[in-house]
Design a protein around this ligand. Structure first.
Ligand code: ACO
Length: 434
């Protein structure tokens, strides 16, 4: 018998007439969820949702997205406000600890992060094992995983203090490790972090300083870097975050979990899209070629897609893309860069947004469409774009991991499947196989 006040869903098997009552769980916003945890024991059936288009995989208090309205909130704060009013350090504190820090808390938190920016000297030798032309994301997958070999004192996942230290270490060391990957590929000496700089300034300094010449920090570039970091900091249960949570559910250490997130982020359908956008613009080459590429993007026989367009959740403009678009113009203008790729991108955006194929499917430019152009203007090679995304997203990944670890009971994530292979059959000796 169901309680009238408790919303439920009744599932009826139209062959047997059997009924199952499933509870409905409600959050602050967003679609309510049918709680199917007891479905198998009640009915003997699983749910089938291969790419999780209608599945809530966890409860979370960190980020909310309304894809139809183009809204993104972190702990209740709108990304549009955070991007213009906050610093990345404030956003990291917000994601990790649930509240925007007051001045004293911010000072303490930033101090902790600054204290952890250096990496163990031995980490340098890990880089030496890679080819100089290795993709920096390949280096990051390896180096971040090896952190577990260097920081044994914060790997006890059941100790809240060790979890906190690991989170701070990861947020603090990611820019250092990313900058080292860049320097290694260029054959330049690694640049040590500087404690007198902000997180964004320090990252730019480690990427672009050389012993012969100090890198001059330019305010528009620093501002844009701060904004890129904020805009990519977290995005609910996307592929990489779900990967981190799934890895963490097996009680793996946080360094290993973040390394797994990096591997998932690398794909061009996810964080790798910003690199792919520039490669696509290169391939298009000229405005006159746009119609041909639009035609290819619409052709189901052709694997080509407009990179930087479309999103699983946003079926309206990606709010991060709006802010990134503004930043993109600001940076190029202030740096006096006249980038033909930006002009090409603007034209592509205009044509695609007027095309019924893209309008009908609600395909808008996403955050990656513009971030690549800004990063290029800053002087980053395309291979580094996804690495920058990983640097920023580490705050979200580790906050989501921490949230999961703080739940009362941690159960390993274990999806089931719809088996469509061979039925059981007799073994045939090798000499008798056809
Ligand atoms: N170019 C052309 N057609 C597209 C594109 C695109 N970029 N994106 C989606 N479509 C089409 C699909 O072919 C499909 O058409 P159909 O209904 O006729 O079959 C329809 O739009 C719906 O697309 P899905 O593939 O169902 O969308 P899904 O949610 O699975 O994929 C994704 C979302 C992966 C982002 C997709 O839009 C894509 O590949 N975009 C390009 C890569 C990209 O920019 N990724 C970055 C995402 S943002 C981020 O990770 C930060």
């Amino acid at each position: 018998m169901s309680d009238d006040k408790q919303p439920t869903f009744t599932l009826i098997n139209n062959q047997t007439g059997e009924e199952s009552i499933l509870p409905v769980v409600e959050g602050t916003y967003g679609p309510h969820c049918i709680d199917v945890r007891k479905l198998y024991s009640q009915t003997g059936y699983f749910t089938f949702d291969p790419s999780f288009t209608a599945t809530g995989s966890c409860k979370s208090k960190i980020t909310y997205i309304d894809g139809d309205e183009g809204i993104l909130l972190h702990r209740g704060y709108n990304i549009k406000e955070l991007a213009v009013k906050s610093t990345y350090m404030e956003v990291c504190h917000l994601l990790l600890h649930g509240e925007l820090p007051n001045e004293a808390e911010l000072k303490e938190f930033s101090g902790h992060i600054t204290n952890h920016t250096m990496v163990h000297e031995q980490v340098k030798s890990v880089y030496q094992g890679f080819r100089r032309d290795a993709h920096p994301m390949a280096i990051m997958c390896g180096v971040v995983g090896t952190m577990a070999a260097f920081y044994h004192d914060s790997l006890d996942i059941w100790d809240p203090e060790q979890r906190r230290i690991s989170a701070h270490r990861l947020i603090a060391k990611m820019p250092t490790m990313a900058a080292m990957a860049l320097k290694y590929s260029k054959g330049q000496p690694y640049v040590y972090p500087r404690n007198d700089l902000t997180y964004a300034e320090n990252f730019l300094h480690m990427c672009f300083s050389v012993p012969a010449e100090e890198y001059k920090l330019r305010p528009p570039v620093v501002r844009a870097m701060e904004r890129i970091l904020i805009l990519h900091a977290d995005h609910e249960q996307n592929a990489s975050t779900s990967t981190v949570r799934l890895a963490g559910s097996s009680q793996a250490n946080p360094m290993a979990c973040i390394a797994s997130g990096i591997t998932s982020l690398w794909g061009p359908a996810h964080g790798g899209a910003n690199q792919s956008v520039l490669e696509m613009l290169d391939e298009i080459g000229d405005k006159k070629n746009i119609p041909e590429f639009i035609k290819r993007a619409k052709d189901k026989e052709d694997p080509f897609r407009l990179m930087g367009f479309g999103h699983r959740v946003y079926k309206n403009f990606d709010p991060r893309a709006e802010i990134m678009r503004e930043s993109c113009h600001e940076v190029l203008e202030e740096l006096g860069i006249n980038d033909p790729q930006l002009e090409l991108a603007m034209e592509l955006e205009k044509i695609a947004l007027e095309d019924p194929y893209f309008i009908d499917r609600k395909l808008f430019p996403n955050v990656d469409f513009y971030s690549g152009i800004i990063l290029k203007a800053m002087g980053f090679p395309v291979e580094m774009f996804t690495v920058l995304f990983a640097v920023s997203r580490t705050a979200g990944w580790i906050s989501q991991w921490k949230e999961m670890m703080e739940e009362k009971s941690l159960r390993i994530g274990r999806p089931r499947q719809l088996y469509t292979g061979e039925a059981e059959r007799p073994y045939v000796e090798v000499s008798k196989r056809k």
